[in-house]
Write a protein that binds this ligand. Structure first.
Ligand code: AGP
Length: 610
């Protein structure tokens, strides 16, 4: 959850580090800090502030220190309160070694006790600080050597950037489970926990793997393991550019990314539809096409919104591919006893590819040898590299903490995967062609919905003072009701519950009165009549209703208080369309209630802690 940035090279102004750090703000944080090596004075200058990076910038502008390397950090508190003392960078007793960390050190208490007995003095309540004192313990002039020795005692997850005044001229980086990327520039190198910080410096990227240590100088990046063995790394090309990280003329990244949905769908489809054969081409699965034919069961593991998109995937996979499918919360799955079955394949859905619970579930399955597939947006992320095969979303960088375009992209990938597996089994070419034709026009249909954004904004103004909402839907609309409720919760901090519409009478209907509005996801589909009955039950109890309905449905207008219309499509593809107005509704409600839609309180873009 924390953000780390380190720079070494021709630029001696740490301000560029602050600019890079600001690109990690979307991940969520509560304090920030930086350390700058002034090699002339052989001194490391440290600044830490609580709150926004702008507070750190204010303090920095007063001091105007120059030098490099420098390291910077945004902290999302796990161990120890949100204070300046607990903010990173942390240092050793001699103020020689300074370090920033993303992750959790699980055995820090034992290490801290031992180090204190050996005379080390600690200043913070964090788990991170034990690493600096461990490195100090082994430091004899060579920083990477001391880091190698120290990390052998550490259990837990880390992405690290470390500098030393007594071994200047380098940054040492190390990774175990938390992402560490190296940007290779001309006469400069940058290390970060997220590509967004590197965008604008260089497009050449090296991904560290677990157990690897990088030694950065202005002209070189050397990667070694814990036994000093040199590891040859490939320099990969970053597919983003700096423009993607900018807001353009949108007030918030979240709104920009909602409006990117049409091109996100196009990007997810690009090169993957073979209309004349009614077929789907998924490059990531090509090598295992035969293995996929033998799959008898699918289990999907995910968290949060990715869990809800997976519920849509379950309907799609069972309807189209007729493969028994079950979705599990990764945070639950990892503790469950699972009967082994070699014909079960496991899917792991994660836009960030770094969610700790989802990674833990993956690592549990990999120990047993089942086929693992990833659906991920971040190229080179842990999940992308640890699953056997995968499908990238190609949704581009999503800066807003709440997933919007990546959720839409996940729905498209599930449609493609279901079609791919269905055509391997029983689905006819003609049926496949029908789905492909409809997928191709989905982007245009989303554009139609987006043209009505101002209507949704009006609706938010009408409902902005309500403190509770119920979201209901059946079948394909049920997971969208769940996601619509989650979006409203996390963006506007309004309490919202998603429920299967059929469950209304089993309890939630007790909540309904004129102060408890309901959003009913009710397109013209196979369960429309049933959902209309639920709407009538709510109306009979003076509940206000906002319906998401199909264009041309005049009847529903008589029944509900407000309607947002969406174009018609195939029932299994409805979720891609019904979700868009709910994302807009959550966004406008959040803005009208004075919330920050890009950085909701307490949330982070990738939940790398359990
Ligand atoms: C996104 O809107 C949610 N805030 C969050 O639940 C998210 O979906 C969840 O943390 C899973 O993230 P992932 O897709 O990166 O694994």
């Amino acid at each position: 959850m924390c953000g780390i940035v380190g720079y070494i090279g021709k630029n001696h102004n740490p301000k560029i580090g602050l600019e890079a750090l600001k690109k990690l703000e979307y991940r969520g944080y509560d304090s920030a800090g930086m350390a700058v090596l002034n090699s002339k004075k052989k001194k490391i200058f440290v600044l830490k502030t609580v709150g926004k990076i702008s507070n750190l910038e204010k303090e920095f502008s007063k001091k105007r220190v120059k030098g490099n390397p420098f390291i910077l950090h945004t902290r999302w508190a796990t161990h120890g309160a949100v204070t300046k003392t607990n903010a990173h960078p942390h240092s050793d007793c001699q103020k020689n070694i300074f370090l920033v960390h993303n992750g959790i050190i699980e055995n820090y208490k034992i290490l801290k006790e031992k180090l204190m007995k050996e005379g080390h003095r600690f200043s913070s309540e964090t788990d991170t600080e034990v690493i600096t004192h461990l490195i100090e313990k082994f430091f004899n002039g060579n920083l990477e050597r001391a880091v190698q020795k120290a990390l052998k005692f550490v259990r837990g997850t880390y992405g690290l950037a470390i500098i030393s005044k007594d071994d200047p001229g380098k940054i040492v980086a190390a990774r175990n489970s938390s992402p560490v990327l190296i940007g290779i520039g001309e006469g400069e190198n940058i290390v970060a926990s997220d590509k967004a910080a590197i965008a604008g410096f260089t497009k050449k990227i090296i991904y560290l793997n677990d157990g690897e240590i990088a030694v950065l100088t202005p002209s070189e990046c050397r990667v070694i393991d814990f036994n000093q063995k040199i590891i040859k790394k490939t320099i990969e090309k970053m597919e983003w550019d700096i423009e993607e990280v900018q807001k353009g003329n949108f007030p918030h990244f979240m709104l920009k990314e909602i409006f990117e949905a049409p091109e996100v769908v196009e990007n997810a489809l690009r090169g993957r539809l073979v209309l004349k054969e009614g077929q789907v081409r998924l490059g990531g699965l090509e090598g295992i096409s035969d293995k996929m034919k033998d799959i008898k069961r699918l289990i999907i593991c995910a968290c949060g919104s990715s869990y809800f998109s997976s519920l849509v995937g379950e309907y799609l996979l069972q309807e189209y591919a007729q493969i028994p499918t079950r979705v599990e919360y990764a945070s639950e799955f990892r503790y469950k006893k699972q009967p082994f079955d070699k014909n079960t394949a496991y899917l792991f859905i994660s836009q960030s590819g770094e969610t700790a619970d989802t990674l833990a579930a993956l690592r549990k399955v990999k120990k047993r040898g089942n086929l693992t597939l990833g659906v991920v947006n971040i190229v080179g992320s842990s999940l992308a590299r640890e699953t056997d095969v995968g499908i990238y979303n190609h949704a581009g960088l999503e800066i807003g903490v709440a997933s919007t375009k990546t959720f839409i992209s996940q729905l498209v990938v599930f449609s493609l995967l279901s079609l791919f597996l269905a055509r391997q089994r029983h689905l006819s070419k003609v049926a496949g062609q029908k789905i492909i034709r409809e997928l191709k026009v989905v982007p245009q249909k989303i554009k139609t919905i987006l043209k009505g954004a101002s209507q949704v904004e009006k609706l938010a103004k009408k409902y902005k003072d309500f403190e509770n909402f119920l979201f209901i839907g059946r079948k394909y609309n049920f997971p969208i009701a769940l996601e619509g409720a989650l979006k409203l919760k996390e963006i506007s901090y309004v309490h919202a519950e998603g429920y299967g519409a059929g469950e209304m009478k089993h309890g939630p209907i007790a909540l309904i009165d004129k102060n408890f509005p309901t959003v009913a996801v009710c397109p013209s589909d196979s369960v429309y009549e049933k959902t209309i009955s639920n709407i009538e039950e709510i109306k009979a109890r003076s509940g206000k209703i906002i319906a998401i309905a199909s264009q041309g449905d005049r009847a529903i207008k008589e029944l509900v208080n407000d309607v947002i219309y969406i174009p018609k499509t195939l029932e299994p593809l409805n979720p891609i369309l019904t979700l868009v107005p709910l994302q807009l509704f959550a966004y406008y409600m959040g803005v009208l209630r004075g919330c920050d839609p890009d950085k909701p309180r307490n949330l982070a873009k990738s939940v790398t802690v359990e």
